[in-house]
Design a protein around this ligand. Structure first.
Ligand SMILES: NC(=O)c1ccc[n+]([C@@H]2O[C@H](COP(=O)([O-])OP(=O)(O)OC[C@H]3O[C@@H](n4cnc5c(N)ncnc54)[C@H](OP(=O)(O)O)[C@@H]3O)[C@@H](O)[C@H]2O)c1
Length: 307
């Protein structure tokens, strides 16, 4: 059974990756019987490994010598990255480099999780893997730099670009996630302003983890886009949360300019995967179905509405 080290295992994606990788799975198809039915997931929290410290990365990964290393660790607070560019680059770029070098040393596949924020949002149709990146903010630049370090330092790599993550563990870096923030604010009866001019595909980390597992089973490498199908603005996403939960929230759309954040964000960052299509693999389910599944898993939806 291939061993997979998951760095950032207490984060929302890391948490779901560990539990999904540990689930026994059937071979992909009868013709691919020889492929692994499951993985041995080795969780690595921030207490176990410090990716900005090459010594820590080397010591920990040399001791484990896994076949696959997934780096989910990141400095994810996009606005804070603007004020702390050195820290953003230290974690998201140099941290990625240290991990990639260790991967190369133990001949492991290096999986790096990247972002839709590597794009400038100037397009009006989904970004494919062939589109040239042009990040607008420090976070996006630091993640793109991480991508380049991984590509240059580890011949066997898989770079997964995704968007708008939410999962049951909640973002460690952001202290919760968008869905939980919306529910919390609505329950407090607060007026809620959400931007209506940033369009993306919010993605449930469990769906993403399952697709990453499928790619690992298929030994896929290179750059790939993985996000929910469909698209919505953050405002539409919030509206759907309240519709599903039956909450009467004081929800109001606002423009990014009026909302005003430190970091500029792409107006349109929907990801499409021509690679998944070429590989004959299914896309992730639509964002609104994934949202319902998340709310069910969290126990927010009445039992009869559960999938
Ligand atoms: N969140 C999004 O909307 C989003 C969108 C697109 C792409 N992504 C990417 O997806 C990946 C996973 O994001 P996420 O939302 O799951 O993040 P998260 O919940 O904030 O988790 C990040 C994890 O990394 C750990 N970590 C942070 N700095 C570290 C360091 N220097 N050394 C070792 N571990 C460290 C954190 O531990 P502590 O909390 O204990 O420090 C935490 O376990 C990231 O690469 C992110 O850039 C996220």
């Amino acid at each position: 059974m291939p061993r997979v080290a998951v760095i950032g295992s207490t984060g929302q994606l890391g948490f779901d990756l560990v539990r999904v990788l540990r689930e026994p799975s059937l071979p992909l198809s009868p013709t691919r019987k020889g492929e692994p039915a499951g993985f041995e997931a080795i969780p690595l929290s921030h207490r176990d490994i410090e990716i900005t410290d090459p010594g820590s990365v080397h010591t920990v990964l040399m001791a484990i010598r896994p076949e696959i290393i997934i780096n989910c660790a990141a400095f994810v607070r996009v606005d804070e990255c603007e004020d702390h560019p050195e820290e953003a680059l230290r974690v998201n770029a140099l941290g990625a480099l240290h991990v990639a070098r260790a991967c190369a040393e133990v001949d492991a596949l290096c999986v790096f999780i990247s972002t839709d924020y590597v794009f400038d949002g100037g397009k009006t149709e989904p970004y494919t893997e062939e589109d040239p990146p042009r990040p607008l903010n420090v976070y996006g630049i630091s993640k793109l730099c991480g991508e380049y370090f991984v590509r240059a330092s580890c011949p066997r790599h898989l770079i997964v670009r995704t968007s708008g993550l939410y999962g049951v563990a909640g973002s460690r870096g952001k202290g919760g996630n968008f869905v939980e923030t919306m529910i919390h604010m609505a329950r407090e009866g607060k007026p809620i302003r959400v931007v209506d001019d940033q369009v993306l595909a919010p993605t449930y980390t469990k769906d993403l983890a399952e697709k990453i597992k499928e790619l690992l089973q298929g030994q896929v490498s290179g750059v790939i886009h993985l996000a929910s199908s469909g698209q919505c603005s953050w405002y539409e996403f919030a509206r759907r949360i309240f519709e599903l939960m039956g909450i009467q929230a004081d929800l109001n759309p606002v423009t990014s300019r009026v909302y005003g954040t430190r970091a500029q964000r792409p107006a349109y960052s929907v990801l499409r995967s021509t690679r998944l299509e070429k590989l004959g693999l299914m896309s992730l389910r639509p964002w609104y179905e994934a949202l319902e599944a998340y709310l069910s898993e969290k126990g927010y939806l009445p039992l009869e509405e559960k999938n």
